[in-house]
Unconditional design. Structure first.
Length: 293
């Protein structure tokens, strides 16, 4: 069976690139350590593909026909989309796609009752994919990616229970449908607390962020699914904090495992808390919990 050899969650705030030079030294240190460590882990894990779950910022679908999950099927992925370049402040990039794996993912998830949409043309990437690709140097590593953009904005959005169940189906697909010798990486891109464009645009809920990072690093998924409610994420930052549901998909795929955090920083100009967790894929595989519906 194929193996998941890398799994992590990390934020993608645009300021992590565009505003980095003006950030205080300790904040720069946390960001540099976080993404350098993740990049090194991606390289050392020798994965054959990295599947990235990230939210779509209303750029790729009409609001009245908005898919909960949209798979990028292109043979190469280019970004950032022209409209977002001044906002992110990053250079152009091109990373390899994995159309065969993307097609298998679409079919495998459909077979498991998880309906996803697919797009063969290049998706319009903003910070959702651009920030992790550039800060971890996925482009330089040569690892192909399959981006999956999920709905964290247009109600009703898939809640923590649904996203965990999607992750469980993803894990089953990887283990049973992909080639036996394939090594897969998973990245949940989004969060932490922030309220993009809202009345609390510069608000960062540091208490929530530290609680969340400690909880997902602990491996206590039962508590996570009880307490990481849509209401709690909304209180920590409307229309932004729910991006953490991408992490929940990854957690559903790997099951309860310990993880390590790379520190935490809150910088007002980033308008978002910064912290990441990588989970230990060498720990003994626990019995996967049943999805809580």
């Amino acid at each position: 069976m194929a193996e998941i050899r890398f799994a992590a969650g990390a934020p993608h705030a645009p300021g992590l690139i565009g505003l980095m030079q003006t950030a205080p030294g300790p904040v720069k240190d946390v960001v540099a350590h976080t993404y350098r460590s993740l990049g090194e882990a991606i390289a050392s894990s020798a994965i054959d593909v990295l599947i990235i779950f990230a939210n779509d910022h209303l750029a790729n679908s009409r609001i009245r026909a908005y898919p909960d999950f949209l798979i990028g099927m292109a043979g190469e992925h280019r970004g950032p989309y022209e409209w977002f370049k001044p906002w992110i402040g990053c250079r152009d990039y091109t990373v390899k796609g994995a159309p065969d794996i993307a097609a298998a993912l679409f079919g495998g998830m459909t077979k498991r009752g998880i309906r996803m949409f697919a797009q063969h043309e290049n998706l319009k990437f903003d910070d959702n994919i651009s920030v992790p690709v550039l800060l971890t140097d996925i482009e330089g590593s040569g690892v192909p990616i399959v981006p999956v953009l999920q709905n964290c904005t247009v109600p009703p959005i898939p809640d923590q229970h649904r996203c965990y169940a999607v992750g469980q189906a993803l894990g089953d697909f990887i283990r049973n449908d992909l080639p036996a010798d394939m090594r897969v990486g998973l990245l949940g891109s989004g969060g932490l607390s922030h309220e993009p464009g809202g009345s609390r645009y510069y608000f960062i809920d540091e208490d929530f962020d530290r609680w969340f990072l400690d909880l997902v690093a602990s491996g206590d998924h039962d508590r996570l699914l009880r307490e990481l409610t849509l209401e709690r994420m909304e209180a920590a930052g409307s229309s932004g904090t729910a991006e953490l549901l991408a992490w929940v998909v990854v957690l559903g795929a790997i099951g309860p495992r310990p993880g390590k955090s790379f520190g935490y920083a809150a910088h007002r100009e980033f308008k978002c808390g910064v912290g990441a967790v990588q989970w230990d894929m060498d720990a003994n595989q626990p019995k996967l919990r049943a999805a809580a519906e």
